[in-house]
Write a new protein. Structure first.
Length: 532
């Protein structure tokens, strides 16, 4: 049993985990790659990247995620959004998983979640697969060797893909299980090789713990000005809205691309790396992200590659459209070394409107910002799923409903309070369609989106002339340098204005129907911002 780089008083035996075949504590990247290759878990790619596949699960299994219901969580968990598990069922699951692990080879990584020492979470990740340990080292933050000698895990994650749950015995839905026990500070993951379950389990933990300390947990990317950490901006957005792309501005410093907290001191990255989608990735469009796919120790998931040259095929989605690359944040040249920034001056909420209704940018009041934050709107488009023949709205509250253990208004109220206290400007940015809906119109020009964001972030857009949008009530600029004026008025981009009006009325109704669930829990000013 390997016991280097670990506090001897904090080995697995002290956590009741015994009779394993071997345990490897805090191996560094070269050793983890060697172990993964020796065990046949992946293939060595160009530049020393590790190429892996994740079996039948190429994405998260949100319906198989459970939270243990107890006296502690009874009144704090949003049970309409989180499947429950009885404490006794969790105990059986835990005991059966430990019995299954006996004699096996396991990897332990002791890591931090959160760049702010005052609010970070010390997490121990125990993995059956060596490459899951490598993934965890990228996605969380790595303590120094000296800090590891004093490391005491607050939460532990056990990830055992070869273990299959018994729904009748363990109180879960299928053989696949992700079970969170906040009382025992333990997460159990079984019967899935998809590494993203580790990342999002930690995010769920922080989404539960931090609001109780007055810290806002956010599914967002973030950056700040060069030599100006107080000139910070956050970018909320669901998958496909441009969150990673738009925050990776070469003229600004990237704090992180996916998960952040907003504390009394400012914003901080939860993670130490990035988990970028690679489908249709192009070197000319995103050169730095593209380069990470051939850098040493990057984990490339579910990508088809040439068996002789190991060249990656960025267009072949035969394994999944959710192909990804996990890499340390330091692989991006303009990334922050600290993962910290000041209180944001600007908050951007990204949406991909496939209905072609929303303007490319709109200014929001704090109440309107809470309304759109709770709505979390974007669109699926025809062809992305079987049976989808027209744009299909997706409302994912707080831009990340699957990771929200508390009720949405907890996060919404925190965000509104911080916006009001720090005076952040709020913007809704549509990266979706203009000139018509998906199939008729065209995608919003990225050059126009960047020009609008630049004007918003440097403050010049605040001085523009604005008009009141007749459908949503927010302010829309009438002009911006580098942006065609017609683009700022979506109705003018449609050949048939009456068709636009009909589409807009349809979308307004969808917003109102979705938001009705929050009306009993919000203040009057947010109700006034809601669409009726």
């Amino acid at each position: 049993m390997t016991t280097t780089r670990v506090n001897p008083a904090r080995t697995l035996e002290t956590q009741g985990i015994s009779d394993l075949g071997s345990v490897h504590y805090n191996l560094l990247e070269p050793a983890l790659i060697e172990a993964a290759l020796r065990k046949g878990e992946g293939t060595l790619g160009q530049g020393g990247a590790l190429l892996v596949t994740t079996g039948k699960f190429t994405g998260r299994s949100p319906k198989d995620k459970h939270v243990v219901r107890s006296a502690t969580t009874e009144d704090t968990i949003w049970w309409d959004n989180n499947a429950e598990m009885a404490p006794e069922a969790f105990d059986r699951l835990h005991a059966d998983m430990l019995a299954h692990m006996k004699g096996g080879d396991y990897h332990v990584q002791d890591l931090y979640a959160g760049a702010d020492p005052d609010h970070r979470l010390d997490v121990r990740v125990i993995t059956e697969l060596a490459w899951h340990g490598l993934f965890s080292r990228h996605m969380l933050r790595r303590p120094s060797l000296e800090d590891l000698q004093h490391f005491e895990p607050e939460f532990t994650i056990i990830n055992c893909p070869s273990f299959k749950a018994d729904p009748a015995r363990h109180g879960c839905r299928t053989e696949t299980v992700i079970a969170l026990n906040f009382d025992k500070k333990l997460i159990l993951i079984g019967d899935t090789e998809y590494a993203g379950e580790i990342k999002k389990s930690v995010f769920t933990l922080l989404n539960y713990i931090l609001p109780g300390k007055g810290v806002m947990a956010m599914h967002c990317s973030a950056n700040h000005g060069v030599d100006a950490p107080d000139d910070a901006a956050v970018f909320f957005g669901l998958s496909g809205t441009g969150k990673t792309t738009l925050s990776a501005d070469p003229t600004r410093v990237l704090i992180g691309d996916d998960e952040h907290g907003w504390s009394e001191k400012g914003i901080f990255n939860f993670e130490g790396g990035c988990y970028a989608k690679t489908i249709n990735l192009r070197e000319e469009a995103e050169p730095e992200i593209y380069a990470t796919t051939t850098k040493f120790a990057s984990v490339v998931e579910n990508m088809v590659f040439d068996r002789k040259t190991r060249a990656l095929d960025f267009d072949d989605d035969s394994l999944t459209a959710n192909m990804r690359c996990a890499y340390p944040l330091g692989y991006i040249s303009n990334a922050s070394e600290t993962g910290l920034g000041g209180h944001p001056n600007n908050i951007i909420m990204l949406t991909c409107d496939a209905f072609g209704v929303l303007p490319p940018i709109a200014r929001l009041t704090p109440a309107q910002a809470m309304y759109h934050f709770l709505s979390g709107f974007t669109s699926k488009v025809a062809g992305t799923e079987r049976g989808v023949t027209e744009p299909e709205p997706t409302f994912s509250t707080c831009f990340g409903a699957p990771f929200m253990p508390r009720r949405p208004e907890v996060y919404g109220n925190l965000l509104r309070e911080k916006i009001a206290h720090h005076g952040a400007a709020c913007w809704l940015v549509n990266t979706g369609w203009t000139g018509g809906a998906y199939g008729t119109g065209s995608r919003m020009p990225i050059r126009a989106t960047r020009a609008l964001l630049t004007a918003a972030l440097d403050g010049s857009l605040q001085d523009a002339e604005f008009r009141k949008d007749p459908n949503f009530g927010f302010d829309v600029p009438t002009a911006c340098p580098g942006v065609p004026e017609v683009l700022l008025d979506p109705r003018r981009t449609w050949e048939d204005p009456a068709a636009y009006d009909a589409q807009a009325a349809k979308l307004v109704h969808m917003f109102a129907e979705n938001f009705a669930q929050y009306v009993p829990f919000i203040d009057d000013d947010v109700k006034a911002a809601a669409i009726s």
